[in-house]
Design a protein around this ligand. Structure first.
Ligand SMILES: Cc1cc2nc3c(=O)[nH]c(=O)nc-3n(C[C@H](O)[C@H](O)[C@H](O)COP(=O)(O)OP(=O)(O)OC[C@H]3O[C@@H](n4cnc5c(N)ncnc54)[C@H](O)[C@@H]3O)c2cc1C
Length: 384
C-alpha cells in the first residue's frame, strides 16, 4: 500500500468516527464565553457544541469581583464585545450601554460582568449546556470521553479547558487566621472581617495586593504590614507597544501605588521585604493574613495538576486545548520580559488566532501532513 492509500485509509477511519460531538467547552468564565461565542461565529452547528459549568455566572469575576476596580478602559470592553458576532446578537444593547461610560477610564468589573451574563444566558440555550462539573476526562480511540457530576457521559472530538484558577495560599504558620483574597477584594465584606485591633499582613505587590492595601488603609484597622518580594511595576506606553502589559499596575491600583504608597504611605502601613527572617519577626504580630500572591490552576479531574501546555498555541494533547487564566498565552515583550496574557481582550485575541487552527478537521491535518511529506521528498529535507 503506498503512502497516499495509507493516508486515505486514515481519512476514512476519521470520517467513520462520527459518534462524538465536535466540541466540548469546559468553563463559563470569560475565557469559556469567548470560546463558545467564536465557535458559533465559525459556523459550528449548535448541536455540536457542549458547554459545561456548575454556575454559568461569568466565572470568578461574576461570583466575587463585580465591585473590584478593573484595569481595562471602557473602549477595550467595546472592542471585546465587537470582536464576536454571537456576543452582539445575544446582547444587542451592550455596546450602546458601555458608551455611557467614559471610554478612556477604568470602572468596577460589574460594567463588563452584566453584558457577559446576558451573553451567557443567551448562548447557553443556543448550544447544549450542562450545569454541572466535569468529573472525568479520558482519551481513547481518538476521542475524549467526558464524565459529568450529574452522571451524564459523552464523547467529544475536541475539548477546550477554560477552567480558571483560584488565589494561591502560602499557609505561613506564624499567622493562622486567613482572610481569603476573594473576600478581601470586596471592600464592604473586608470591612466586616477586620476590626480596629487587627494587625493585618498582606502578602504580594501586584494588582490585587495594591487594591487590598488601599481598602485596608480606608478601614479602621490598627496596622497593615505588606510583605513584598518584587518592587511595583507600572504598565507603560512605549509608543506602539506596552511595557509590562499584563504584569504592570494600571488604573486605580497604579494611581494609588504611585501617588500614595510610594510617596506618602498611610502612617499605619509598613512595607517589608518578604524574607524568612522578616516573617519570623513580624508575622507573629499579625492577627490576620491575606495572600495576594498570585493564582493557581483549578484542579481538573482526570488530569495531572501540573500538566504542560504549549504557551503559544494552547495545545495540551491531541484535540485538547487550554485557554484563560489556567492556560494563558505567554509572550516575551520587546524589553525581554515574560508576560502572561491575562485579561478579557487577551483571551479574545488568542481565541481569534487559535480557534481556526484548533478547528482544523482531521482530514485537513492529514492532508497537510501528506503534502508536507511530499515536500520533504521533493526537496530532500528531513523534518521530524
Ligand atoms: C482583582 C482582579 C481584577 C481584574 N481586573 C481585570 C480587568 O480589569 N480586565 C480584565 O480583562 N481582566 C481582569 N482580571 C483578570 C480576569 O478577570 C481573569 O483572568 C478572568 O476572569 C479569568 O477568566 P477564566 O475564564 O480563565 O477563569 P474563571 O473566571 O476562573 O472561570 C473558570 C470557570 O470554569 C469553571 N470550572 C472550573 N472547574 C470546572 C469543572 N471541573 N467543570 C466545569 N466547570 C469548571 C468555573 O466554575 C468557572 O466558571 C482581573 C482579575 C482579578 C483577580
Amino acid at each position: 500500500m503506498n503512502l497516499k492509500k495509507i493516508f486515505l485509509a486514515l481519512i476514512c477511519m476519521g470520517l467513520l468516527e462520527v459518534n462524538a460531538v465536535q466540541w466540548c467547552v469546559v468553563g463559563a468564565g470569560p475565557a469559556g464565553i469567548v470560546v463558545v461565542g467564536l465557535l458559533l461565529d465559525l459556523g459550528i452547528p449548535k448541536k455540536d457544541i457542549v458547554w459545561v459549568d456548575p454556575e454559568f455566572n461569568v466565572g470568578r469575576i461574576g461570583h466575587y469581583y463585580q465591585t473590584v476596580p478593573g484595569n481595562t478602559k471602557t473602549s477595550l470592553y467595546i472592542d471585546f464585545i465587537q470582536a464576536c458576532k454571537a456576543f452582539q446578537e445575544c446582547a444587542p444593547h451592550a455596546v450602546q450601554e458601555l458608551y455611557n461610560y467614559n471610554l478612556v477610564k477604568e470602572y468596577p468589573l460589574s460594567i463588563i460582568v452584566k453584558p457577559l451574563q446576558d451573553i451567557t444566558n443567551c448562548m447557553r440555550f443556543k448550544v447544549t449546556s450542562h450545569q454541572t462539573l466535569l468529573t472525568g476526562l479520558e482519551y481513547s480511540a481518538d476521542t475524549w470521553h467526558i464524565e459529568l457530576a450529574d452522571g451524564k457521559e459523552f464523547d467529544a472530538q475536541r475539548v477546550v479547558l477554560a477552567t480558571g484558577a483560584h488565589p494561591r495560599s502560602l499557609q505561613y504558620q506564624e499567622c493562622a487566621e486567613e482572610i481569603p483574597l476573594d473576600y478581601a477584594l470586596n471592600k464592604d465584606l473586608l470591612g466586616q472581617l477586620v476590626n480596629p485591633e487587627d494587625t493585618v499582613a498582606v502578602i504580594g505587590s501586584a494588582h490585587s495586593a495594591v487594591l487590598v492595601l488601599k481598602f485596608l488603609s480606608e478601614l479602621p484597622v490598627s496596622r497593615i504590614i505588606n510583605f513584598y518580594k518584587k518592587p511595583f511595576v507600572y504598565t507603560q506606553d512605549m509608543g506602539g507597544w506596552l511595557l509590562y502589559s499584563s504584569s504592570g499596575l494600571k488604573g486605580i491600583a497604579a494611581e494609588w501605588a504611585k501617588n500614595v504608597l510610594e510617596k506618602n504611605p498611610p502612617c499605619n502601613l509598613a512595607r517589608i521585604y518578604n524574607s524568612e527572617k522578616a516573617r519570623k519577626a513580624w508575622l507573629p504580630l499579625c492577627t490576620k493574613i491575606i495572600y495576594a500572591a498570585g493564582y493557581e490552576r483549578n484542579p481538573i479531574p482526570g488530569c495531572n495538576p501540573d500538566m504542560e501546555y504549549n504557551t503559544q498555541t494552547g495545545f495540551i494533547a491531541p484535540g485538547l486545548f487550554g485557554i484563560g487564566i489556567a492556560f494563558p498565552e505567554v509572550i516575551v515583550d520587546q524589553a525581554g520580559n515574560t508576560e502572561y496574557k491575562i485579561g478579557l481582550n487577551s483571551f479574545m485575541q488568542h481565541a481569534l488566532d487559535m480557534l481556526p487552527v484548533w478547528n482544523r478537521s482531521r482530514l485537513q491535518v492529514i492532508e497537510m501532513l501528506y503534502n508536507f511529506k511530499r515536500f520533504e521528498e521533493l526537496f530532500d529535507i528531513h523534518v521530524l
